[in-house]
Design a protein. Structure first.
Length: 335
């Protein structure tokens, strides 16, 4: 276990360095001039040159990267060219909104997908199985941006049942921040109306993000359960006279849900870093929307900060998944 941790931590450091290097140079070669953005649309060439010198944008790219990397090692992500605040401050401000949205999407997608997958496998060939497989294929096939707009048209424009965007109703004050999760903070402060509004605003973006995970989880769990049901250990447990519920929970699911751990881990990382369009469509004030605006504005430091934080989260989640595999299945050994 110790050797595995050391190797993975070294590998994580190498991956993060590679991500920072690739993203840094890719952002610099993309169209756009942040110096002109900072100086303003009516600035002359001299003013733009002064801005480049002030922010070090006139230096060679390797020199800029070395300066950025040194700052990064000291916890300095630079200053956003748009907000004029430290990028780390911006990320800390916007990250809770993204984490709340991703957490509920992951929770809903995992539970619904798990239930559909198990039901589909245990009722293989039935109408329930066909319906579950249809939902799985639909979830994997529909683009998130298309589904988000469709849900807005149906539940906001047509039915007037759910809000269109944002985290709370217009004019509603946010609860005192404790966790950054609007639902939890409103409960902690006893603001029940705020909690209800936060839940209503979460429904559409959570449905948009979770449907793809429902499809993937249902397909993987169905296949895994079908494989385990025919195993010798399951037939032995049934021959001993164990109750069907005990066979399902203690033997079938315990052996069949290992692939689900990988799905949950990967989806957790992808949701936290891949909510650009969903946050933009629903005007959700998270890091996905912050990064989307940074890309449009050629805000190099903001783009780099989001990319590095997303890469850290991704590699940490993968490490946790590997450790869970070792815990859940002692037969697995990493060499």
């Amino acid at each position: 276990m110790g050797r595995l941790l050391v190797r993975r931590l070294l590998f994580m450091a190498f991956v993060l360095w590679g991500v920072s290097l690739f993203t840094f140079f890719l952002a610099r070669v993309a169209p756009g001039d942040p110096a002109r953005l900072i100086a303003g649309p009516h600035a002359n060439a001299e003013a733009i040159a002064n801005v480049r010198a002030l922010y070090g944008l006139d230096q060679p790219l390797p020199v800029q990267y070395v300066h950025y990397l040194v700052g990064l090692l000291h916890g300095d992500f630079g200053t956003s060219y748009v907000t004029r605040r430290p990028v780390l401050t911006d990320l800390v401000t916007f990250l809770p909104a993204t984490l709340e949205l991703s957490f509920y999407a992951l929770l809903v997608g995992s539970l619904v997908g798990l239930g559909l997958g198990v039901m589909s496998a245990l009722r293989a060939g039935s109408n329930r199985d066909k319906a579950a497989r249809f939902v799985a294929v639909a979830g994997l096939s529909m683009p998130a941006f298309w589904l988000a707009i469709l849900l807005q048209l149906v539940f906001y424009s047509a039915l007037r049942a759910l809000p269109l965007a944002n985290r709370l109703d217009t004019g509603m004050a946010a609860p005192p921040q404790v966790t950054g999760f609007m639902t939890i903070d409103s409960l902690l402060s006893g603001q029940w109306a705020t909690f209800a509004a936060a839940v209503r605003h979460l429904i559409l973006p959570v449905l948009t993000l979770s449907l793809a995970e429902v499809g993937l989880m249902a397909r993987v769990v169905r296949t895994s359960v079908l494989e385990v049901v025919g195993a010798d250990c399951i037939r032995t447990a049934e021959a001993k006279g164990l109750k069907p519920r005990r066979v399902l929970t203690r033997h079938t699911l315990r052996n069949a849900l290992l692939p689900a751990v990988t799905i949950v881990g990967l989806e957790a990382a992808l949701l936290a870093g891949g909510v650009f369009l969903v946050e933009e469509i629903f005007a959700w004030p998270g890091v996905g929307r912050y990064a989307f605006d940074a890309i449009r504005s050629s805000d190099y430091n903001a783009i780099m900060g989001f990319t590095v934080i997303g890469a850290v989260f991704y590699v940490v989640v993968n490490l946790v998944v590997d450790l869970l595999y070792l815990r859940l299945d002692p037969r697995i050994r990493y060499t």
